[in-house]
Design a protein around this ligand. Structure first.
Ligand code: NAG
Ligand code: NAG
Ligand code: NAG
Ligand code: NAG
Ligand code: NAG
Ligand code: NAG
Ligand code: NAG
Ligand code: NAG
Ligand code: ZN
Length: 477
């Protein structure tokens, strides 16, 4: 009878310690999914029950500020490096590197040149260096040899492979004998259809509903494989989409002599490389050419875009206003929807939802930067982050307090910019802090028990009951 309070206090202390320390290795699993071009507000265009189910049982960030330029490759590389484009080196979908004297172009699928990717180290490489395995179903860059490695398991890019086949591979890798801890899944829509139809088209409704069905399928497969409550699932995207029109076209041929420059990237951010000795001529001709085109010399590009310090950023960039389209001439391809515009525009913003053992439930956050996803992923995987431009502290509130802890990379640039208070990193997730708290709780309980036992024996039965009640909710948590 007298041992009951002690047993209860021991149980409490053990529970405190176990929630702090004995996290299952399973809790470090992450599946990152990108539905290309899924604009943040598509969630509300048509019923999206599976997305809403994830919001209720997980977290949702309403406004995600992605990086300039708001194109596919630059943003996918930011998600897995935490770097701005000027620092990770994938500055556009179409690039020219004057030092390498090489081009990178999605149209010709000559994206497999390692040198373009090696200004950064993507998370799958860091994960593998830490002894883990990664599996990727078509995530951009995972089938390219980067710093001498590919993703542990990957599917060579082939847009004809169905969503179901990609999911099957991911499930297979998570449940293999030597399972992956990081899965990466990429799907081309709603970007493809968004470009063809334009986001304002009523025909986009069924396209979005189809993505919701695909998410439903993924959830169903994860549940079937008993992974739903084990894997931290993050659903996001690279950028949004805006409506274009043939009434809003800027034709470069009307202002510039074709022989004076090379057009490296077209719309909505024209990357212009003037021919030898033609810089001033090209700049002058374009600077005031069109009210909906803003022309920058490289060194004048707004600081907030973090889009200057890279050889692959051309000497002149011309940025179209939202919904305007830059063409060399009218015989070039024109699409009804496009992206790539200023990342401050809401229509360029992607979605962000997450569910899993590390995440809070039914929690909505107003805003985050897409550069913060990388430190969040490193934290979830318990790997040490490479230098990056994000901040783990800015997204920490998405997690349950007892989520797995890792030692984050201390970011000097953020400290210099004054966005984080100096010294704030010391309070962040130190094990001594948790040991202190746990031991403190234990000592208080033990003393409490001894006090009860020795000084007020007459009240012991009543207090025993109360302690048992106190223990109940904790045991259920
Ligand atoms: C760059 O490569 C092209 C062929 O792609 C070649 O004609 C040219 O001479 C090269 N330029 C330099 C500076 O090496
Ligand atoms: C791409 O995938 C499709 C569908 O699975 C397949 O039929 C085709 O052979 C694949 N193409 C290549 C180049 O592997
Ligand atoms: C295009 O330029 C006109 C004239 O300056 C301006 O009124 C309009 O707002 C611009 N369009 C956009 C989308 O910014
Ligand atoms: C438009 O530009 C393309 C590529 O530079 C060129 O082949 C074509 O002749 C041009 N068309 C017109 C109408 O100028
Ligand atoms: C989720 O949160 C909202 C607002 O915070 C609340 O109204 C709703 O009842 C919650 N739903 C569940 C299932 O907890
Ligand atoms: C995004 O990053 C900027 C610059 O570091 C910072 O000022 C801003 O507060 C961040 N936004 C959010 C929502 O965390
Ligand atoms: C995180 O990784 C370190 C090794 O880098 C390991 O010592 C530690 O136990 C891991 N933490 C958890 C909670 O798994
Ligand atoms: C982004 O991070 C990289 C790597 O730490 C750093 O070199 C660069 O200066 C950072 N950029 C900004 C704008 O802070
Ligand atoms: Zn995209």
């Amino acid at each position: 009878m007298t041992s009951k309070p002690l047993a209860v206090s021991l149980a409490l202390a053990t529970l405190t310690l176990s929630t702090t320390f004995s996290l299952q290795p399973d809790q470090h699993k992450v599946l990152l999914v990108s539905f290309d071009g899924f604009r943040w507000d598509y969630l509300y265009k048509v019923p999206t029950p599976h997305f809403h189910y994830m919001m209720k049982s997980g977290v949702h960030v309403k406004q995600v500020s992605n990086i300039f330029i708001t194109k596919t490759y630059p943003n996918h590389y930011t998600m897995v490096t935490g770097l701005f484009a000027e620092s990770h080196g994938i500055v556009a979908n179409d690039m020219f590197d004057p030092i390498l004297n090489k081009s990178f172009s999605l149209d010709h699928m000559n994206i497999y040149d390692s040198e373009f990717w090696e200004e950064a180290t993507p998370i799958w490489i860091t994960n593998q260096r830490a002894g883990h395995a990664t599996g990727s179903a078509m995530w951009p860059g995972t089938d390219v040899k980067i710093h001498k490695s590919f993703a542990t398991h990957y599917m060579p890019y082939n847009e004809s492979v169905s969503f179901e086949d990609r999911v099957a591979k991911i499930i297979e890798w998570f449940t293999a004998e030597k399972p992956i801890n990081l899965g990466l899944l990429y799907w081309e829509d709603p970007d493809d259809m968004g470009h063809h139809l334009g986001p304002d088209s009523p025909l986009m409704g069924p396209v979005i509903a189809d993505i919701d069905d695909k998410l439903g399928y993924l959830i169903q497969m994860l549940k079937k494989a008993k992974l739903w409550n084990v894997v931290n699932l993050i659903i996001t995207s690279d950028h949004g989409m805006t409506q274009c029109s043939e009434d809003r076209v800027i034709e470069l041929d009307q202002y510039l002599d074709k022989d004076h420059y090379t057009l490296i990237d077209q719309s909505p951010v024209a990357a212009i490389l003037p021919k030898e000795g033609k810089f001033d001529e090209v700049y002058e001709a374009l600077a005031d050419a069109h009210p909906n085109l803003t022309v920058y010399k490289k060194e004048e590009i707004p600081k907030r875009w973090h889009y200057t310090r890279n050889e692959r950023i051309q000497p002149i960039i011309a940025v179209a206003d939202e919904g305007w389209y830059i063409l060399q001439n009218k015989s070039d391809d024109f699409l009804l929807g496009n992206h790539g515009y200023d990342n401050a525009l809401a229509e360029m913003h992607p979605i962000f939802l997450a569910h899993g053992p590390a995440f809070r439930k039914n929690f909505t956050k107003e805003a985050m930067n897409s550069t913060d996803l990388y430190p969040l992923l490193c934290h979830l995987l318990n790997i040490t982050a490479m230098p990056h431009n994000g901040s783990f502290r800015n997204v920490q509130d998405l997690l349950r307090s007892a989520a797995p802890k890792a030692i984050p990379y201390t970011q000097t640039t953020t400290l210099l910019l004054g966005t984080d208070k100096p010294g704030a990193y010391e309070q962040e997730e130190s094990y001594p802090y948790f040991i202190g708290v746990s031991l403190g709780i234990m000592i208080v309980i033990v003393f409490f028990v001894i006090f009860i036992k020795h000084f007020i024996p007459s009240q012991v039965p009543a207090l025993q009951d109360r302690q048992a009640e106190i223990a109940q909710p904790l045991l259920q948590a």
